[in-house]
Design a protein around this ligand. Structure first.
Ligand SMILES: [Zn+2]
Length: 302
């Protein structure tokens, strides 16, 4: 082995130490820089992440805003729709309650009041009007012989008789409500007086009579002495022909009708609407079909 001089050894040793120091320093710097870089990278990544998160949050907020706006519009639409539906429902409820009202009114209105009676369709012997009331004595032919009329139709009858009185026409009630039994007695009375054949033609068979309804009335007037016969020639009859419909009363059996003989004294309450339509069309109750007549039932007392 070749020995080197000591100075040179020292220099080499110093160089090695310096180099090692440099290497260590460099390593340290590198390590430190790497650490810083790492830290910066981490921070950047953190910032990026938080930025991205912030952006995300911002965009979420914006999205939420537009979502909210949309939701608001939807909600408003829904509310409008709901209100519309509510209105629709209340409309339907209104209509329904209206219909229920009409049905209730119809239910409470006796369908017999507008029935056409004939030898094939007649009232039961057990039929009684819902409620009767006494006709004011001033309108009676015989003041001591009370007469009753359907309670809801009575005001129309009495208003009509009052109106006739105002026109200097004297109308008097000979007969109004008659029960099945009374009708039978009237008929047998007629039979005794006129004989069975004439009586059947003259007075409706019991059960066929509109008098059992409480809404039919027979009038007389002092102009005639025979109570009923010749009534069609009186001023009172002419007045009824012109005015009775305004009070809901109509002539049931005009001349040449196919049901009974002409009964100019016999008038029936059918309600103002039906009476007016019959009057305007120059028709009589029995000319209409039952179906046509029934449409007027609900408003009979209006
Ligand atoms: Zn009669």
């Amino acid at each position: 082995m070749k020995r080197l001089p000591p100075k040179r050894d020292l220099s080499i040793m110093t160089g090695v130490v310096v180099a090692a120091g440099l290497l260590i320093y460099g390593g340290y710097r590198y390590w430190a820089l790497t650490l810083i870089n790492q830290s910066l990278k981490t921070q950047t990544a953190g910032l990026e992440q938080s930025l991205s998160m912030t952006n995300h949050n911002l965009s979420l907020t914006q999205k939420e805003k537009s979502d909210l706006a949309e939701a608001l519009v939807n909600e408003q639409n829904r509310n409008n729709l709901f209100e519309g539906q509510l209105r629709g429902i209340s409309g339907v409820v209104g209509e329904l309650s209206g219909t229920v009202g009409v049905l209730q009114k119809l239910h409470q209105t006796d369908p017999e009041l507008l029935k056409k009676y004939s030898k094939v369709y007649f009232l039961s012997e057990n039929y009684f009007p819902s409620q009767l009331a006494s006709i004011d004595a001033q309108f009676l032919y015989q003041k001591d012989k009370p007469a009753q009329f359907h309670v809801s139709a009575l005001p129309f009858l009495q208003r009509m008789m009052e109106a006739a009185k105002q026109d200097n026409i004297t109308l008097q009630v000979v007969s109004a409500y008659r029960s099945f039994g009374t009708q039978a007695a009237v008929k047998s009375g007629y039979k005794v007086t006129y004989g069975a054949g004439t009586a059947n033609q003259f007075s409706a068979e019991q059960g066929y009579s509109e008098h059992q309804l409480g809404t039919a009335v027979d009038f007389t007037t002092p102009e005639i002495k025979t109570i009923l016969t010749g009534f069609e020639k009186t001023k009172a009859y002419k007045w009824l022909e012109t005015n009775a419909y305004k009070f809901g009363l109509v002539l049931s059996y005009p001349s040449n009708n196919s049901y009974y003989q002409f009964e100019p004294w016999h008038w029936r309450f059918v309600g103002v609407a039906l009476a007016t339509d019959l009057h305007n069309n120059n028709k009589y109750l029995y000319d209409l079909s039952q179906r046509e007549i029934d449409q007027y039932l609900v408003n009979i007392f209006d």
